[in-house]
Design a protein around this ligand. Structure first.
Ligand code: GLU
Length: 561
């Protein structure tokens, strides 16, 4: 067969050659060791937590090595494309610290455009490039067309045929498929010509030269040394509409765009032999591969299962709604990626996570477990380190979107809110009351009369009369201008007057001599003023609430008793 003639017949409009493409996209001049990598999502919906993972790895590896991180939009499946998904994706990733140097970007009007010399970065705009390499493969006798007539297409789509296919035994089917594949390879030039004249569509398949019984060796930077079966399948390179499959686009794009590291989900690992074959056929240098494990979660029965797109926490927008800040999510991702992150962070509490020496070698081979408790821990630390002004802003913003009633209260007097948030903040051991921005309402709602209610009852075993006497005595002696010591001395005096120990040591030595101790007295007052058994430092709380509110609440409690 004259392959040059065949190539002309199949791709008459393609005048460019692989050499032209190499010239159009020269090799990048970068320092030794610089990682060039990409995030290559299909714009089919929201950003999944499982997508933040590889993109963070790519961003870290490129930027820590002085390399390039770019975004390529893999929109070869028009049927699955969701309008606006690519735009949303860029914005969401930026929120989570994943910034690109090159590739598809949002221009000022919010539309996707290109930045960089290796574009277009949207696969749907790279037809000519793929077809140039497809034509070259045909010319080299390494790819061939498989035609389908209109009737065959309709037959395939018919309900009966689908049922028929479903009912066949898979072993028989595999044999039949293989036979059909080998037969298809034998198409003659004349047959091809007839089909083209008849306007029949074709897919272009690779002519596989592998043997499925033999193994090929490759080292993955996450999974380690691997042995995979050689590819013996004539997989599709171009679909009948001339659009490439993932495999073909991956080889052509990552080669021309100068990718040094292909970082992607482990679901692509079984396809790797196909890619090895393609790179060899095309004469491209093989990039390094990193196949990232999937994120697992525990189901109700404690079994590990894949974090699915429908799970809460799969969509990155869920985190916003749940009140996790991007900083917290990013740090949590770091803890999942490198188990020594936390130790490093403890030693370098003031450093940004981007200063952490991330290492691909420390990534988990088998998959990380998504754990809300851990995320809460990380988030508590992140929120506790913020200044009062920052956290006030963050909570207000969050609440205005997701809890407008509370948002309005915060916004009404942001100085008052900041005073509340300042309690126990700053210093070496800040309070860690909030795991999420959403927790703020429960934590501090009592500072607002609109939200204040008695949430906790006085515990059993205390005499209501003691509570009442305490509150009356406190009301009588309360002076807002007392400093903390004077204030506490008064509480101790109340304790002594009611037969409660004001000295904890004395109480511990002989508890039976007292009706209780000064902590109980404080608790009687705390529940009246805050409605809760647990609240931040009561003196400070009263200072913020102000005399009128404190007295009013105590009076109400006395009445209620
Ligand atoms: N479009 C592919 C995906 O979303 C990209 C995989 C890759 O990074 O090569 O899974």
């Amino acid at each position: 067969m004259d392959y040059t003639k065949l190539a002309e017949l199949l791709f008459p409009d393609i005048k460019t050659t692989p050499e032209d493409m190499e010239k159009r996209y020269p090799r990048r001049e970068l320092p030794e060791g610089a990682v060039v990598t990409r995030f290559a999502p299909s714009p089919t919906g929201f950003v999944h937590f499982g997508g933040l993972f590889p993109s963070t790895v790519g961003e870290r590896m490129a930027h820590l090595s002085g390399g390039v991180f770019y975004l390529r939009i893999e929109d070869t499946d028009a049927k699955r494309e969701v309008e606006g998904a690519a735009e949303g994706l860029i914005k969401t990733l930026a929120t989570y610290g994943v910034s690109f140097d090159e590739g598809a970007i949002l221009d000022e009007s919010g539309k996707i455009s290109d930045k960089g010399a290796y574009g277009p970065y949207k696969q749907s705009l790279r037809r000519e490039i793929y077809q140039t390499f497809a034509k070259a493969l045909v010319k080299a006798g390494k790819a061939y067309p498989v035609f389908t007539t209109e009737e065959e297409l309709q037959d395939l789509q018919s309900v009966n045929k689908k049922e028929e296919l479903k009912n066949t035994n898979w072993e028989e089917e595999a044999v039949a498929k293989r036979e059909a594949m080998l037969k298809a390879r034998e198409i003659s030039f004349e047959e091809t010509e007839e089909n083209i004249k008849a306007g029949n569509p074709f897919v272009l398949r690779i002519l596989a030269d592998g043997d499925g019984e033999r193994k090929v060796k490759i080292t993955d930077l996450v999974k380690g040394a691997l042995e995979l079966p050689e590819n013996d399948e004539d997989f599709v390179l171009l679909k009948s509409d001339g659009i490439p499959t993932y495999h073909f686009a991956h080889a052509v794009d990552d080669h021309l765009m100068g990718t040094t590291h292909v970082i992607r989900g482990e679901e692509w690992l079984p396809s790797l032999p196909k890619h090895l074959q393609l790179f060899r056929y095309l004469g491209f240098k093989l990039p390094k591969y990193m196949h990232i494990s999937q994120i697992m979660k525990l189901d109700e029965n404690g079994n590990k299962k894949k974090l699915s797109k429908r799970d809460m926490g799969a969509n990155m927008d869920d985190y916003t709604e749940m009140g996790y800040t991007p900083e917290a999510v990013c740090e949590y991702v770091m803890t999942l990626l490198n188990s020594n992150y936390e130790e490093w962070h403890m030693q370098n509490p003031d450093k940004h996570y981007k200063e952490f020496p991330f290492s691909a070698k420390k990534m988990s081979v088998s998959g990380c477990l998504f754990d809300y408790n851990k995320l809460d821990d990380v988030s508590k630390n992140v929120l506790s380190r913020m200044t009062a002004e920052d956290i006030t802003k963050k909570v207000t913003q969050w609440a205005l979107s997701f809890d407008p009633e509370f948002g309005a209260l915060l916004e009404r007097d942001s100085e008052y809110a900041a005073k509340i948030f300042a309690i126990g903040r700053g210093g070496k051991k800040p309070r860690k009351d909030l795991a999420t921005l959403k927790d703020a309402r429960g934590y501090m709602g009592f500072f607002y009369d609109e939200l204040f209610k008695i949430e906790d009852e006085y515990p059993e075993g205390f005499d209501k009369a003691d509570v009442k006497k305490t509150l009356e005595a406190f009301l009588e002696s309360y002076d807002e201008s007392d400093d903390m010591n004077a204030w506490f001395d008064k509480i101790k005096a109340i304790a002594d007057s009611l037969g409660f120990a004001s000295d904890m040591k004395a109480y511990k030595a002989e508890p039976e001599k007292f009706r209780g101790n000064v902590a109980d007295i404080s608790m009687f007052i705390r529940v009246a003023v805050t409605g809760k058994m647990n609240a931040p430092d009561l003196y400070t709380v009263m200072q913020i609430l102000g005399k009128a509110r404190v007295e009013d609440r105590i009076k109400k409690m006395i009445k209620a008793l």
